[in-house]
Design a protein around this ligand. Sequence first.
Ligand SMILES: Cc1cc2nc3c(=O)[nH]c(=O)nc-3n(C[C@H](O)[C@H](O)[C@H](O)COP(=O)(O)O)c2cc1C
Ligand SMILES: Nc1ncnc2c1ncn2[C@@H]1O[C@H](COP(=O)(O)OP(=O)(O)OP(=O)(O)O)[C@@H](O)[C@H]1O
Ligand SMILES: [Mg+2]
Length: 422
Amino acid sequence: MSTLSDNIQRIQEELRLHDRAMASSSCGITIADALDPEMPLIYVNEAFEAITGYPVPEVVGRNCRFLQRDDRDQPGLYTLRAALRQGENCTITLRNYKKDGSLFWNELFTSPIFDSAGNLTHFVGIQTNITTRKTAEEQLVQRTTELETTLRALRSTQAMLVHSEKMNALGQMVAGVAHEINNPISFVNSNLHSLRRSLDDLFSAYGKLETLIRAASLPEMLAAAEVIRKDGDLDFLQDDTGDLLTASMEGLGRVRRIVEALRTFSRLDEAELKVVNLAENIESTLLIARLELQNRIDVETRLDHLPAIKCYPAELNQVFLNLIVNAAQAIQGRGKLTISGEEEPEHVVLKFSDSGVGMPPEVMAHLFEPFFTTKPVGSGTGLGLTIAYKIVVDRHKGTISAESTPGLGTTFTLRLPKDVEA
Ligand SMILES: Cc1cc2nc3c(=O)[nH]c(=O)nc-3n(C[C@H](O)[C@H](O)[C@H](O)COP(=O)(O)O)c2cc1C
Ligand SMILES: Nc1ncnc2c1ncn2[C@@H]1O[C@H](COP(=O)(O)OP(=O)(O)OP(=O)(O)O)[C@@H](O)[C@H]1O
Ligand SMILES: [Mg+2]
């Protein structure tokens, strides 16, 4: 049978065990008096001292808010006050300050303690210093943001590379083809001129022969010559071969202008900084885009008073082509594209206005993003305007913007400095 002193000894051992457990905890353990409105601390363990730097005797009898500074507008504190008022559990994270003033992140768990009659008498608080975790989390967030930025930059660089690679290959091919076509055009052209001279000579020699026959008063010969002229349809032949040659020369002239446009468009020397009149570049780009424009789009250019500017013409040609092709693709059936230019003191302003389908605000918001396209898979890469933006804004220090009314059309405005190096 246990005696009273046995019981006391057992209880003392239990208390010592609780004390040792509290003392060996790496978390701060605090008990506050809930019956006193100021809620002073009546117990803190050693870990609290280790976490906060405040010696135990210095804090007993004080409210725990001494760990706070001016930044008391923390959401956690509002939650805590409410929980203390209502006698409930709560877990919050607070910015607290050690005795030496340095900040630490405190994950605080508080819980009410009731007596055997069910009355609230105390609160227990458990403090964990989570600064290391919090710093790691913040670093992670920062790293993630950095990575996202890098990824965006990478995607846009990749877009540029893919496109400039494509344009380079295309440019070289076009330049090569244009060069190859140029030779035969030259000799066909010179042959056509020779042919015209030869035919003229031939018809004139034949005419002279007829005149001779007429002068020699040989009626039979003359009659025979007239039959030959009539049967051979010589009058018609003379007119017709003339017309055929004129038409062929005109056609050849057109081929020549297209080849010239191809060369202007892809000219490798125009990859360099040059002083050019953009009106010519736009006209040659329009010739290239002919297939897209077909006969369904009426193109009006108002570029007469545009001054020459110092720029990278080959790159701007790509911008023009992208804008013209986009406009053509936005026009269903027949429509109109107006390209106009204006001079400002330090800039030229170009406007590409189409009567196409226009764009809703949600498309406008993503217009210049790499790979943004509303076109079916395989039909658009979504790079046209990304490249245009890079070339105009990054390369030429200009601006590019769009205005659009759904159902009515779209206007792209380019503002380019007259001298990109100025
Ligand atoms: C048991 C207990 C432990 C507490 N521990 C902390 C603590 O570690 N850090 C802290 O900033 N506040 C702590 N508090 C909260 C403050 O004592 C106080 O309740 C809080 O600042 C809101 O009250 P106030 O607006 O009067 O300052 C604790 C409160 C209790 C009851
Ligand atoms: N003139 C325009 N009218 C209406 N929508 C346009 C016009 N220009 C561009 N857009 C919209 O902007 C999107 C992005 O254009 P962007 O030129 O960058 O790519 P894309 O034309 O779709 O593809 P890619 O040019 O690479 O073939 C288009 O898919 C289209 O929805
Ligand atoms: Mg496009």
